[in-house]
Write a new protein. Structure first.
Length: 252
């Protein structure tokens, strides 16, 4: 009997809008539908601005009945206790990035305190959703930011195995492109889903034409996913993969 994989954790708000018409893969953005001709995707990354991300926070929703009891990690992002492994607490820092909640409290006075409380509640509810999606397994969602608020990283972790990411196959030559719009890159034990801005066939893609949608590592009893926005990491799959490995080591 084939074991059914649990559904994906929810995606945090503030990520690029996704095209419609293609069913989503668990733990992954929907793959892009093949285009008739290469054309720049207007506005795809407009919401990736870390200041917008900080303002919007994570996806929130009403708590459903029957959710397991809360297990908080201090910022309200930890939730659930089933599935083995016990409580899941996010690292205090992630490669020099500090919790966005702390940064808000320290930088904006009374207004920052209110925003921090809102962000903490959003993280708690997001962690609750992840836990529910995985049958009550311990889960945590936490956002991090650099000192200049130019780079943000969202950590999503759950004590459960998740399906490996994939992207649909598209022949770049048919589109006249150097690379397909969607790419899956494996870096050690980490899988990264990438979006490549259109580069015409025969030209060499630039480093900043590669955008990391997310990177993920999964195994028995733990899945770690990191999504980033802003300068410094969003064009570097290797850097985002390092964040995943750091979180994996802290949570294993």
């Amino acid at each position: 009997m084939t074991e059914q994989q649990p559904p994906t954790p929810p995606q945090p708000q503030g990520l690029p809008p996704q095209p419609v018409g293609v069913p989503p893969q668990p733990m992954q953005h929907p793959a892009l539908a093949p285009a008739a001709a290469p054309a720049p995707r207007q506005g795809r990354f407009s919401l990736r601005n870390p200041l917008v991300t900080a303002a919007i926070g994570l996806v929130v929703g009403l708590a459903a009945a029957g959710i397991p009891a809360l297990l908080s990690d201090g910022d309200g992002g930890g939730f659930g206790g089933g599935g083995g492994g016990g409580k899941l607490s996010a690292p205090a820092k992630l490669d020099g990035l500090r919790p966005l909640v702390d940064a808000q409290r320290e930088s904006n006075g009374a207004k920052g305190e209110k925003t921090a409380e809102q962000l903490a509640e959003e993280a708690r509810l997001s962690g609750e959703r992840v836990s529910k999606a995985y049958g009550g397994a311990a889960a945590v969602v936490k956002q991090y930011v650099d000192k200049d608020f130019q780079t943000t990283a969202t950590l999503i972790a759950v004590r459960s195995r998740a399906p490996e990411p994939y992207v649909l196959y598209v022949d770049p030559k048919r589109l006249g492109l150097a690379k397909a719009p969607d790419e899956l890159k494996t870096i050690g034990d980490v899988s990264c889903v990438l979006y490549n801005q259109p580069t015409m066939e025969g030209s060499e893609p630039t480093a900043d034409s590669v955008h990391v949608t997310y990177c993920q590592r999964t195994g028995d009893g733990l899945t770690v996913q990191v999504r980033t926005a802003g300068s410094g990491v969003s064009n570097r799959p290797d850097k985002v993969a390092d964040l995943v490995e750091e979180a994996w080591s802290a949570l294993s």
